[in-house]
Ligand binder design. Structure first.
Ligand SMILES: Cc1ncc(COP(=O)(O)OP(=O)(O)O)c(N)n1
Ligand SMILES: Cc1ncsc1CCOP(=O)(O)O
Ligand SMILES: [Mg+2]
Length: 568
C-alpha cells in the first residue's frame, strides 16, 4: 500500500540519518529492529534520536539505531470488522487468530451482530463517523503494519475506510470480502459492491473471497470447478488487488480443500485434505487474519497464505470434538486449549500436593529387563496405589516415547492419576501430559512454564535451599529432593541424606517429594523427618526392578499409610 519512497538524509550531531517510509524499511528488512509508524510528522528528540509516525529513523553509518529505546517492533494487525456475539467469527475470531499467531491485534468495529451457532438474529451498524473515529485513534498512534477488513456493512463505511487508509498508509491491506455469513445471512448487501470494486479492491494486497463472494464480485459468475476458480482469480486480479486467494471450501465433490492463489504471474493450487467437522464457523475471518498476521511479521504473501492455511487446518482438526451451541455450525478453538480442558474434566484441575504421596517413576531398562511394556508397568503401579506417575524413559526413541506416553495418559486419567514426563517438555506438550519433571541441567523451569502454560504441573530436582528457592521463583509446583540414599538408578548422583532432605524441606516454599534409594525398608524413616511439606516418596527400582510391580507398590503404599504422614 504505502509507497516505497526514500525520503531524505537528515544531519544531526554530525551524523547522517536516513528517513524511510514503513514500506522502505520493510523492504530493507529493518522492521525487526526499528519502530515504524504512520503519521507524517517528524519528531526530533533532545538526545538526538529521530522517530516519526510514518518514518523510521536509521543511522546511516555503523547501522546502530537512533531509536530512543531498544524495543523491537511488535507485529500489529488492525482488524476492521463486525462483532460476533457468539465469538466464532468477526472481530472475536480475528483477535484469537492473531493471538494464536503471536501478533498484536487492534480492532475497529463496524457493526454489532447478534449471532450464535444457528445464525444471525440481528445487525446494528456502527455510525460511519464513529468508525472513522476508531480508525483514526488506532492508526494515528499504534504503528499498525497490516489492516485486515471483514464485515463492511455500508457504502459509507467502505468509503471512510479507504479515505482513512489514504491518510494513514500501512504496509499491507488484506481484504476478506465478507458478504454472506456461513449461515447464509447477508452481512453486506449488493449496494456496496461497486464501492468495493472501485475503491477497496485496488488498494488491497490480497483479497480472500470464498466461491459465493467471488461469484458476487464477478456479477454472478458460476464457479463449480478448480478451473472456474482460476478464471475467477484472474478476473478479480484485473480489478486491482495484488493477490487473489479464491477459497474452494464449498467446491462440490472435492475430498480436498483447494484454494487458488494468483499474483498476476503465477497460479498456486493449495490443496489439503478436507477436515470433516461441524466447527467451521469463522474459518474465513481466521484465515484472513492469519494471513495478515504473517504479513505483519514480514513474510512474503505466498508463505503467509501457506502458513495461515496450515494454522486454520490444525485448529479445525484440533477442534473437531468441541461442542458449543445447538446450531449447525460451531466455533473452533484457535488457541488449541479447550480440548484438554474438556478432556481434563475427569481429573483435578490444579496440582494437589497430596498426589506426591506414592510417586512411581518408570525406567525403560528395568521394564525391558522384566519383559513388560511401559503401559503394563504403569497399570500395575496404579493398581498397587501409585498416586502420580512419571515416565522417565531415558532410552526411548521420541516417537515411541510419545506413543506410549499417550497410552499411559489414557490409563492414568481413567484412574484420576496425574502423569508427568521426565526431562522432555516437547513430549509433554505433544501428548498433553499433566506436566514435567526437570532437573538442574534440564530445561529451566521458568522456560518450561512459559511453554506449558499456568495449568501444567512442573517439578524440579533440588539438592540445596538455593535451588529450592529458585524453583519457587521459576513457577514450579513441587520439588524432588535427593538422592536421599545411594542409588544405582542414577549415575554419579550425590546423596543428600535425611539431613539434606530436612534442610531442603525447611527452606522450600513448595511441597517436596523425597527420591533416591527409597523402598519399603526405609520409606517410614524418610517420612518421619517430620517436615510438613514433605508429601511423599518417589521410587524407581523398589517398584519397577521387581517381578510384580503391583505387589511392590501395594506394600510401599501400606508402609506409607502406616507412617501416617504426608497422606493428607
Ligand atoms: C520426583 C523426581 N525427583 C528428582 C528426579 C531427578 O530428575 P533429574 O535431576 O533431572 O535427573 P533424571 O531423572 O532426569 O535423571 C526425578 N526424575 N523425579
Ligand atoms: C532419578 C533420581 N534422582 C535422584 S535419585 C534418582 C533415582 C531414584 O531411583 P531409585 O528409586 O531406584 O533409587
Ligand atoms: Mg532430568
Amino acid at each position: 500500500m504505502a509507497s516505497a519512497t526514500f525520503l531524505s538524509t537528515l544531519s544531526l550531531a554530525n551524523k547522517n540519518y536516513l528517513l524511510l517510509t514503513p514500506t522502505h524499511a520493510y523492504a530493507k528488512g529493518y522492521t525487526n529492529n526499528f519502530r515504524v509508524s504512520n503519521l507524517p510528522s517528524i519528531v526530533v528528540r533532545k538526545e538526538g534520536s529521530v522517530r516519526s509516525q510514518g518514518f523510521v529513523a536509521m543511522q546511516e553509518k555503523g547501522g546502530s539505531t537512533l531509536s530512543d529505546d531498544s524495543r523491537t517492533k511488535t507485529p500489529h494487525v488492525l482488524t476492521v470488522a463486525g462483532s460476533d456475539s457468539g465469538a466464532g467469527a468477526g472481530i472475536q475470531a480475528d483477535l484469537k487468530a492473531c493471538a494464536a499467531r503471536r501478533v498484536y491485534c487492534s480492532t475497529v468495529i463496524t457493526a454489532l451482530t447478534a449471532q450464535n451457532t444457528v445464525g444471525v438474529q440481528g445487525v446494528s451498524n456502527v455510525p460511519e463517523d464513529f468508525v472513522a473515529q476508531q480508525l483514526k485513534s488506532v492508526l494515528s498512534d499504534m504503528q499498525v503494519d497490516v489492516v485486515k477488513t471483514g464485515m463492511l456493512p455500508s457504502v459509507g463505511i467502505v468509503k471512510t475506510l479507504c479515505k482513512t487508509l489514504r491518510e494513514f498508509p500501512v504496509h499491507a491491506l488484506v481484504v476478506d470480502p465478507v458478504m454472506v455469513s456461513t449461515s447464509g445471512d447477508v452481512l453486506a448487501g449488493p449496494s456496496i459492491l461497486s464501492t468495493f470494486l472501485e475503491e477497496l479492491l485496488p488498494m488491497a494486497d490480497i483479497i480472500t473471497p470464498n466461491l459465493k463472494e467471488a461469484s458476487a464480485l464477478l456479477n454472478g459468475m458460476q464457479l463449480e470447478t478448480v478451473d472456474d476458480m482460476r478464471s475467477a482469480a484472474r478476473l478479480l486480479h484485473n480489478m486491482g488487488p495484488k493477490n487473489v486467494l479464491v477459497k474452494g471450501g464449498d467446491l462440490p465433490d472435492s475430498s480436498d480443500a483447494v484454494d487458488i492463489l494468483y499474483n498476476g504471474h503465477n497460479f498456486y493450487e493449495l490443496r489439503s485434505p478436507r477436515i470433516r467437522t461441524r466447527n467451521t464457523h469463522g474459518t474465513g475471518c481466521s484465515l484472513a487474519s492469519s494471513i495478515a498476521a504473517e504479513v505483519a511479521k514480514g513474510y512474503p504473501m505466498l508463505s503467509a497464505v501457506k502458513v495461515a492455511k496450515r494454522f486454520v487446518e490444525t485448529a479445525l482438526d484440533y477442534s473437531k470434538e468441541i461442542d458449543i451451541g445447538n446450531g449447525p455450525q460451531g466455533p473452533f478453538d484457535h488457541l488449541l486449549r479447550l480440548k484438554s480442558h474438556s478432556q481434563a474434566c475427569h481429573r483435578q484441575q490444579t496440582f494437589d500436593p497430596s498426589d506426591l504421596f506414592l510417586y512411581a517413576v518408570t525406567d525403560s531398562r528395568m521394564n525391558k529387563r522384566w519383559g513388560r511394556s511401559i503401559i503394563d508397568a504403569v497399570k500395575a503401579a496404579i493398581d498397587g496405589g501409585a498416586t502420580i506417575i512419571q515416565l522417565r524413559e531415558k532410552d526411548a526413541e521420541t516417537k515411541d516415547f510419545m506413543e506410549s506416553a499417550k497410552a499411559c495418559l489414557r490409563i492414568c486419567h481413567l484412574h484420576g492419576v496425574p502423569l508427568l514426563i521426565n526431562d522432555r517438555v516437547d513430549v509433554a506438550i505433544a501428548c498433553d501430559a499433566d506436566g514435567v519433571h526437570v532437573g538442574q541441567s534440564d530445561m529451566p523451569a521458568r522456560v518450561a512454564r512459559t511453554l506449558l502454560g499456568p495449568e501444567k504441573i512442573i517439578g524440579v530436582s533440588c539438592k540445596t535451599p538455593e535451588q529450592a528457592e529458585q524453583a519457587w521463583v521459576d513457577g514450579a509446583d513441587y520439588i524432588g529432593c535427593g538422592g536421599v540414599y545411594p542409588t544405582n538408578t542414577k549415575e554419579n548422583n550425590i546423596t543428600v541424606g535425611l539431613n539434606g532432605l530436612k534442610t531442603v524441606c525447611m527452606a522450600s516454599k513448595l511441597p517436596v517429594v523425597a527420591i533416591g534409594g527409597i523402598g519399603v525398608s526405609n520409606a517410614r524413616a524418610v517420612m518421619e523427618i517430620c517436615a510438613s511439606n514433605l508429601k511423599g516418596v518417589a521410587v524407581v527400582s523398589a517398584l519397577f526392578d521387581r517381578e510384580c510391580v503391583q505387589t511392590e507398590t501395594r506394600k510401599l503404599h501400606e508402609v506409607l499409610l502406616g507412617s501416617n504422614i504426608g497422606s493428607t
